[in-house]
Design a protein around this ligand. Structure first.
Ligand code: PA5
Length: 443
C-alpha cells in the first residue's frame, strides 16, 4: 500500500468532486508558492527541502549526543513550548510502548517541561528529579520565551546544586538560534553543547531539526528512519508523484467554504493523541488569522465516542472529521472464548481486538456521515518512525498549500504576541511601563 492515502468519498454529501476540483488552480498556486518561495512567508520555507538535505553526519552527531546523555542520565528533561515541544512529544508518544514507554531499566526517561507555567507541575518535577542523574535539553528558537526560560532557570539551578556547575555543563544541551536571544548568550557563556534551529524553519515546522530529533533520539527511537520517511514523502510530493497533500488541502478548503468551520482530527489509536496536538498547533497557528481559518480540534476514539460522540453525531452541523486510519497494529491480540459467556461477548471470540476497533471506526464513519459530518480518511500502513516521517511531511506540505488557498500567510503567527504583551505588562517587565499603566486602567 501507499505510505499515505487520502480518501475523500465521504465528503461528497456536502461538497461535490467538482467543487473540490474547482480549487485545483488555487492549490497549484499554493504548491508553487511553497516550492518556489513566491508567496507570503517565503522566508520560512526551510522545511520544504529539509528532510532530503539532512546529512548522515548531522544525524550521527545528534545520535552521539543522545548516546552521551543516555549514558550519563537516568532522566532527560526536554524544555520547550509550542513548536519547540510538540513534535518531539508527538513522535515519542507514538513510538513508545504504552506501559514501558519510559524504559527506566534501559534508557533515560524523556520528560517535558517549559510547556506550561504550572507551579505544581514544576514543583513535582523538581521533587521527582531530586537525587536522580538528570540532564536537560533546552529548546527555544527565539531564546526569549518565558515558559521555557522559567523552567530552565529552575532546573539548571537544581542540576548545578546536585552535580556542581562544571559537571552540569556536560549535561545541558541548548537548541536555539545561531546568534540571537538570551539562550544563545547563556549557552555560549557557559559553554554548553548547542544545536542551531535554522532561521528559515518556523517552530511548528521544526520537528525534523535537532528540536525534535535530539529528544526523539534520546528516547531511543530511530531518527534516521524518521527522516528517511519524510525525505521519501518530500521527493514524492515535490515531483508530483504524490498528490495527497494537494487533495487534503483542496478538500478541507472546499468543506470550509461550504460552512464546515471546524475540523476534528480523529484517531482510533491512543498512541496518536499527541500527534493530534502537534497537528492542532501546525494548522491552528498557520491558518487562524485575518479573522479566517478552520478551527482544528481532535478526539481520541473510541474513548471520546463516550463523551464527544453525542455532539459530533447530533450537534451543530459546522464540523467535518479527518480520520487517521492505521492499517496494521504492531501486536496481535485475540478475544478469548468464555464457557459461561456471562458478558455475552462470545460472538466476537477469536476475533482480533483491532478488528473490533476497525468495525467501531467503520460504524462511526457511517453514522457520522449519515448524521451530516463529512469525513476525510487518511490511511497509513502502521505507526513506525518511517511512516511518521511520511505523515509529518504530508501534513506540513498540505498546511502550506492550504494556508495559501485560504489566503493567509501560513508561516507567521502575529496573534501569539498579544497575551505575552499583557503578561509582561501585568508582571511589570522593564520596558513595558506604558502597557502596564494601560492594562491597570482596564482592571
Ligand atoms: O510555532 C511557533 O513558532 C511557536 O509555537 C513557537 O514554537 C513557540 O512559541 C516557542 O517559541 P521558541 O522556540 O522561540 O521558544
Amino acid at each position: 500500500m501507499k505510505e499515505i492515502e487520502v480518501l475523500t468519498k465521504d465528503v461528497q454529501g456536502t461538497v461535490s468532486q467538482a467543487q473540490i476540483d474547482a480549487l485545483a488552480a488555487e492549490a497549484k498556486a499554493g504548491f508553487d508558492h511553497v516550492v518556489n518561495g513566491t508567496g507570503a512567508g517565503n522566508d520560512f520555507l526551510g522545511w520544504v527541502r529539509l528532510p532530503g538535505e539532512i546529512k548522515a553526519a548531522d544525524l550521527d552527531d545528534i545520535n552521539d549526543t543522545a548516546e552521551k546523555l543516555r549514558k550519563n542520565c537516568d532522566v532527560v528533561v526536554a524544555i520547550g513550548i509550542g513548536g519547540s515541544y510538540l513534535g518531539a512529544k508527538a513522535v515519542i508518544e507514538a513510538l513508545s510502548n504504552h506501559f514501558d514507554s519510559l524504559r527506566c531499566d534501559k534508557l533515560p526517561k524523556v520528560l517535558f517541561a517549559g510547556q506550561n507555567i504550572g507551579e505544581d507541575y514544576l514543583y513535582e518535577l523538581q521533587e521527582y528529579l531530586r537525587d536522580k542523574r538528570f540532564g536537560i535539553i533546552v529548546i527555544s528558537k527565539s531564546g526569549t520565551t518565558t515558559e521555557p526560560a522559567i523552567a530552565f532557570r529552575l532546573l539548571r539551578e537544581q542540576l548545578e546544586k546536585q552535580v556542581g556547575r562544571e559537571a552540569a555543563k556536560d549535561l545541558i544541551v541548548a537548541i536555539t538560534d545561531a546568534k540571537r536571544g538570551a539562550l544563545r548568550t547563556l549557552a555560549d557563556t557557559e559553554g554548553y553543547k548547542t544545536y542551531v534551529i535554522p532561521d528559515n524553519v518556523g517552530g511548528r515546522f521544526s520537528v525534523l531539526t535537532p528540536v525534535g530529533l535530539l529528544p526523539i533520539a534520546v528516547a531511543g527511537f530511530d531518527i534516521k528512519a524518521l527522516v528517511a520517511g519524510a525525505a521519501d514523502m518530500e521527493a514524492k510530493t515535490l515531483s508530483g508523484e504524490s498528490k495527497e497533500s494537494l487533495i487534503y488541502a483542496m478538500t478541507r478548503n472546499a468543506l470550509y467554504r461550504a460552512g464546515k468551520k471546524t475540523e476534528i482530527l480523529v484517531n482510533y489509536n491512543p498512541k496518536l493523541h499527541f500527534f493530534s496536538e502537534w497537528w492542532k498547533q501546525l494548522y491552528g497557528e498557520s491558518e487562524g488569522k485575518d479573522q479566517k481559518g478552520i478551527f482544528p480540534a481532535s478526539v481520541d476514539n473510541t474513548t471520546d465516542l463516550h463523551s464527544m460522540g453525542q455532539w459530533i453525531q447530533e450537534g451543530e452541523r459546522t464540523i467535518f472529521e479527518t480520520v487517521i486510519s492505521v492499517a496494521s497494529t504492531e501486536h496481535e491480540l485475540r478475544i478469548p472464548a468464555d464457557a459461561d459467556n456471562l458478558d455475552g461477548l462470545n460472538y466476537i471470540a477469536g476475533k482480533r481486538v483491532d478488528e473490533v476497533n476497525k468495525m467501531a471506526e467503520l460504524g462511526t464513519r457511517i453514522a457520522h456521515v449519515d448524521g451530516g459530518v463529512p469525513n476525510i480518511r487518511i490511511v497509513i500502513p502502521d505507526i513506525t518512525a518511517n511512516t511518521l516521517g511520511h505523515l509529518i511531511y504530508f501534513f506540513e506540505a498540505a498546511c502550506g498549500i492550504s494556508g495559501h488557498i485560504l489566503g493567509v500567510n501560513p508561516f507567521n503567527q502575529p496573534g501569539v504576541e498579544a497575551y505575552k504583551k499583557n503578561m509582561f505588562a501585568l508582571l511589570e517587565k522593564p520596558g513595558y511601563e506604558a502597557e502596564t499603566a494601560a492594562i491597570k486602567a482596564k482592571l
